[in-house]
Design a protein around this ligand. Structure first.
Ligand SMILES: C[S@@+](CC[C@H](N)C(=O)[O-])C[C@H]1O[C@@H](n2cnc3c(N)ncnc32)[C@H](O)[C@@H]1O
Length: 292
């Protein structure tokens, strides 16, 4: 299952699914998989669709992202009808953009759909990014280049078939890790922590972190009893915050802002077994387009 998620996401990690499948297997976990910073939730959905895990918890503090997942879970038929009927035009893009600019007064469905529409029609899926093809639609790709209605509806239907095994939350991740995570079985849960990037997080996400937030997260993580994996963009500050730990390092192909191979670092709980064999992110996964 390559593209389970209907969201394009800067830093989306769906391509690492097979690595996570091996982690689950080696650690004998098939109960719950939790993403406190879910974004496009690519790995979570793939694990569920591939029947590698019984349930997933996808949490994102960004009200727009939360609204999309909530709408997908609670109002799939309305979402599908809206996708069928919406004109994929610059005029509609302007309308949807206005909803994002006034999100505090938007209804859940309105906000969730607007997030989806902009995610599929903006450059690199960045909500604050410009429209694919430009306002004059003179670029090599047009606004609907990533809006294949049939395929998107197919993905939504597939996910919705499993919706009773999906929990959608919109909490601050620290709160989730401290107060919600303890409700889950320590022996049968994997937590994948993928916070906003240390560098450029402010350009990519509506909700991002400053240095002290990254430090606070480290304190929370070091107190976790559940097994976890953490990933970051590789920066000297992150290496310093996690100085006592040895990272797994790998390369991931970024599509946002710069087309370059960006280095990421992964850290894991001391008691998590990590698979031997190919390093994550290298091999067949590198061939998959990030901006799916
Ligand atoms: C690196 S992205 C996650 C990408 C995701 N793993 C994927 O594969 O698509 C980080 C996400 O964290 C969310 N976020 C930012 N601050 C947060 C917070 N305090 N609590 C929970 N989520 C937060 C952002 O909205 C963004 O979606």
């Amino acid at each position: 299952m390559r593209f389970g998620t209907p969201l394009r996401y800067p830093g989306g990690k769906g391509k690492l699914t097979s690595y996570f499948e091996r982690v689950l297997e080696e650690n004998d976990i098939d109960g719950t998989y939790i993403e406190p910073y879910a974004g496009g939730a690519g790995i979570a959905l793939n694990l569920l669709l591939n029947e590698k895990i019984s349930e997933i918890v996808i949490n994102d503090y960004d009200p727009s992202i939360y609204a999309f997942w909530k709408v997908l879970k609670e109002y799939p038929e309305d979402l599908i009808d809206k996708i069928k009927e919406v004109p994929v035009t610059v005029e509609e893009w302007d309308r949807q953009r206005t909803i994002q600019s006034n999100k505090q007064v938007a209804g859940l469905f309105q906000l969730g759909f607007s997030t989806f529409f902009l995610n599929r029609t903006n450059r690199s899926g960045v909500i604050s990014g410009g429209v694919i093809g430009g306002r004059e639609q003179t670029g090599p790709y047009r606004i609907d280049a990533r809006f294949n209605k049939t395929d998107l509806i197919r993905r939504i239907k597939k996910i919705n078939g499993l919706s009773d095994r999906i929990t959608v939350l919109g909490l601050d991740a620290n709160k989730l890790l401290k107060h919600i995570l303890p409700r889950y079985d320590e022996a049968d849960t994997l937590v994948y922590i993928d916070p906003p990037y240390y560098e450029k997080g402010n350009l990519l996400y509506m909700n991002y972190y400053v240095h002290s937030d990254h430090e606070d997260l480290e304190k929370t993580i070091s107190g976790l009893k559940h097994r976890w994996i953490l990933s970051y963009d590789d920066s000297p500050d992150i290496r310093s915050i996690y100085g006592g730990r040895v990272p797994l390092k790998f390369e991931l192909n970024y599509s946002s802002y710069e087309s370059r191979k960006g280095a990421e670092v992964f850290y894991t709980a001391d008691d998590l077994l990590t698979p031997s064999g190919p390093v994550v992110g290298i091999g067949e996964h590198m061939l998959i387009d990030q901006g799916c």
